[in-house]
Design a protein around this ligand. Sequence first.
Ligand SMILES: Nc1ncnc2c1ncn2[C@@H]1O[C@H](COP(=O)(O)OP(=O)(O)OP(=O)(O)O)[C@@H](O)[C@H]1O
Ligand SMILES: [Mg+2]
Length: 251
Amino acid sequence: MDNIFSIKDLDLYYGNFQALKSISLDIDRNKVTALIGPSGCGKSTFLRCLNRMNDLIENCKIEGKIQYSQMDIQTKSFNVIELRTKVGMVFQKPNPFPMSIYDNVAYGPRCSGIKKKSELDVIVEKALKRAALYEEVSSRLKDNALGLSGGQQQRLCIARAIAMEPDVILMDEPTSALDPIATLKIEELINDLKRNYTIVIVTHNMQQAARISDKTAFFLMGELIEIDSTDKIFTQPKNKKTEDYITGRFG
Ligand SMILES: Nc1ncnc2c1ncn2[C@@H]1O[C@H](COP(=O)(O)OP(=O)(O)OP(=O)(O)O)[C@@H](O)[C@H]1O
Ligand SMILES: [Mg+2]
C-alpha cells in the first residue's frame, strides 16, 4: 500500500459550525481520487485541508491528524510554503494572473529563486507540454493569458501548478465552467498526468468521476460515508446513502 496522504479523525469547525466530522481516509499515490457529494457536504473544505489552505480562513479550527508523506502537516512548525509547492491546487474558475502566458508559468519558479532565462524557458515549455497546451500557445507566449479561452486558461493553471514540480494536484471542480470539448481535454490530461502525480478532484459530475477516477469518496453533511474503488462505488456501493446519491434519488 502506498498512501501519499493519511487522514485520521479529522474534525473541522468554522466557528461553532462543524463542517467535517471525524474523517479518516487514505489517498493513494499516483492515482486519481474523486470527491463527490451534494452541495455543502464539505468537499472543498476537505480538499483545502490537504495543503492547509484553510489556514487563510479566520475562525477555522482543525482537529485530528493529516499526514503527507508520513509527515504531520498540522504542526505549527510545518513549512506551509513548501507544502503548497508539493501540493498544488487548481480552482473551479480558471484564475490566470493578468500577465503573459510565459510569466504565468514562470511565476512560481521565479518566486522560488530561479532567475536564469534559459532555465525558465525549459521549465515553461515542459510544463506547457505536460498540460497539453504548448502547441496552441507556442507562438504567443508573450501574449496576455487573459486572452486565452476558458479551457486554455484552465490548462494554463494546471501548467502553472506543474511548473513547481508538485507531487499532488488538488482540483476543485476544474471543468464546471467549461464546455464539453474543453472538459474532455482536461479529462484526457488528468488521465495522462496520473502517471506522475497524485490527483484529488472534486466533481459534481458523476460520469466524470466514473470516467477519470480510480477511487471515489462520497461525502454527506460533513461525513465520509464511503470510499472505495470507483467501480465499486458506482456498481455496488456498500452504503444505502451512497446508492441513493449515485442513482440520483437525492442531492
Ligand atoms: N469560510 C467559511 N466560513 C463558514 N462556513 C463555511 C466556510 N466555507 C464553507 N463553509 C460551510 O461549510 C460547509 C461545507 O462547505 P464546502 O464549501 O466545503 O462544501 P462543498 O461540498 O464544497 O459544496 P459545493 O459542492 O457547493 O462546492 C457548508 O455548510 C458551508 O456553508
Ligand atoms: Mg465546493
